[in-house]
Ligand binder design. Structure first.
Ligand SMILES: [Zn+2]
Length: 190
């Protein structure tokens, strides 16, 4: 039975490599998959899923007016799985389209992304994935500064100073993010 999966994890928890692995496993058995990623201009190239260990491949960028359900429905090939990277950046409408792919087209959909932003608010896409997904799984990684599990993302500016206010998505910024535990988010040893 097809299901909607939400696999969330902090930065560097291996989400992109997992997408590439799942796609590879299907394709090895001649089962085509489709990979979507957000069309938002972060520092990654638009239209690619890239992992920190160097593997990357093309994906279909999702923009505000992209209808994921129609795209999959009209795809000229039978699909065995739909994979979505950066699912946190999708809108509520996009998440509902993903649910419709599962329910109407009976194709499993796996969305990967961050749950909370650097201010510990849910991203829109993640909020609705939490509500609509059949299965929710946490991808674990350890805190950048200590040994605890990382559940949050710390934004730092170009001077490595922690940032706690500002836009949820900082396009073109020079900030970077660390996976951190709750304590190190509040009081990072920087
Ligand atoms: Zn920590």
């Amino acid at each position: 039975m097809a299901q909607l999966f939400f696999k969330h994890g902090a930065m560097n928890s291996g989400k992109s490599i997992e997408i590439l692995k799942v796609a590879h496993n299907y394709e090895e058995q001649d089962k085509p998959v489709l990979i979507f990623t957000s069309g938002i201009d972060t520092r990654d190239e638009i239209g690619y899923v890239s992992s920190r260990i160097g593997l990357k491949r093309q994906a279909i960028p999702v923009f505000d007016d992209t209808d994921l359900y129609e795209y999959v429905k009209n795809y000229p090939q039978k699909l065995y799985c739909v994979l979505v990277d950066e699912v946190q950046f999708l809108s509520k409408e996009h998440v509902l389209q993903l649910a419709k792919i599962v329910d109407h087209l009976k194709i499993p959909v796996m969305g990967f992304g961050l749950k909370n932003d650097f201010q510990n608010e849910l991203f829109e896409g993640s909020r609705y994935m939490l509500i609509y997904a059949d299965k929710i799984e946490e991808m674990k990684t350890i805190c950048w500064f200590c040994h605890k599990k990382a559940t949050m993302n710390l934004r730092v500016d170009e001077n490595q100073k922690p940032v706690y206010t500002g836009e949820q998505i900082h396009i073109g910024g020079n900030d970077s993010y660390y996976p951190v535990c709750r304590e190190c988010h509040e009081n990072p040893p920087l």
